[in-house]
Write a protein that binds this ligand. Structure first.
Ligand code: SAM
Length: 259
């Protein structure tokens, strides 16, 4: 049984990095008047409560979005997702990636989400009834449903890396999906760990070559003493126009925070 629950981590510094660049990418893609598919392999519950016991226990949102929200102007696509989530869930609500995506998408775009944890699936269905929600293994679903219809689209792969084999299985999945769906925009999130365990994954991504890809990594102080996550990484295939520039600007924000 999976034990990871994103409610303990929602709104942390890694979420700010991931969700801000996800929002910018989809905002740009949605400017073209052609429907698209938004697909996620590891969706979570989509709507989080930052005043809940889980968020208060870790203090990660306090060290993340609570400190960083001022980086984003009210017309930034991420700020739009934050205010839509609050309209839906109250002043302490925080949008997970499916709601960050929905805030950028149009009525004729398709949203396909996989989530494995039964409690999270139920909450996801409440938070985002318009989406196609699969209580299924996300990587297997990505392999069976890509290329999607509409073919123009975006895949977010955001595992919890709870299972050690994910470090090698996820790059293999990415390579397989890229072959099946060469025009898809694929975004993979990974943590930077003090232990260096993520290097198996980044090494495999590098071995695929840089062609048609982009990366962004930021570092931040551990949210609490002894916490192993010291940064956040994103790897993207077919990055939308403007992604690199937005990533560099956000990286600078994180660097200035560290002094
Ligand atoms: N993408 C979410 C966001 O940014 O708001 C957070 C996702 S969280 C890091 C990872 C999620 O993947 C958890 O909710 C976990 O239950 C789920 N999960 C773990 N293994 C899975 C699998 N094989 N297929 C689908 N979901 C899985």
């Amino acid at each position: 049984m999976l034990s990871y629950q994103h409610a303990y981590h929602a709104g942390n510094a890694a979420d700010v990095h991931k969700h801000a660049l996800l929002a910018l990418a989809l905002d740009y893609m949605a400017r073209k008047p052609k429907p698209l598919t938004y697909f996620e392999t590891h969706a979570g519950r989509a709507l989080y409560n930052l005043s809940g016991a889980e968020a208060r226990k870790t203090g990660e949102a306090a060290a993340g979005i609570a400190r960083m929200e001022g980086w984003f102007a009210p017309d930034h696509p991420y700020a739009r997702a934050l205010s839509e989530a609050r309209a839906q869930g109250g002043p302490d609500a925080y949008p997970g990636s499916p709601l960050v995506a929905r805030a950028q998408l149009r009525g004729d775009d398709r949203i396909v989400l996989a989530e494995r944890h039964p409690q999270e699936v139920a909450a996801l269905r409440d938070a985002l009834p318009v989406a196609e929600i699969h209580d299924a293994d996300g990587p297997a679903l990505a392999l069976s449903l890509t290329p999607p219809d509409p073919r123009r689209g975006f895949l977010l792969v955001d595992p919890s890396y709870e299972v050690k084999t994910e470090w090698s299985a996820i790059p293999t999945l990415i390579a397989q999906v890229r072959r099946k769906w060469p025009v898809g925009v694929l975004m993979l999130w990974y943590p930077l760990l003090a232990s260096g365990a993520h290097r198996e994954l980044t090494g495999k991504l590098e071995a695929m070559g840089p062609e048609g890809t982009a990366r962004s990594e930021v570092r931040f102080p551990p949210a609490r003493e002894g916490h192993g996550m010291i940064g956040s990484g994103l790897w993207v295939a077919n990055p939308p126009w403007g992604w690199d520039e937005a990533a560099r600007a956000l990286e600078l924000r994180f660097a200035l925070l560290r002094g």
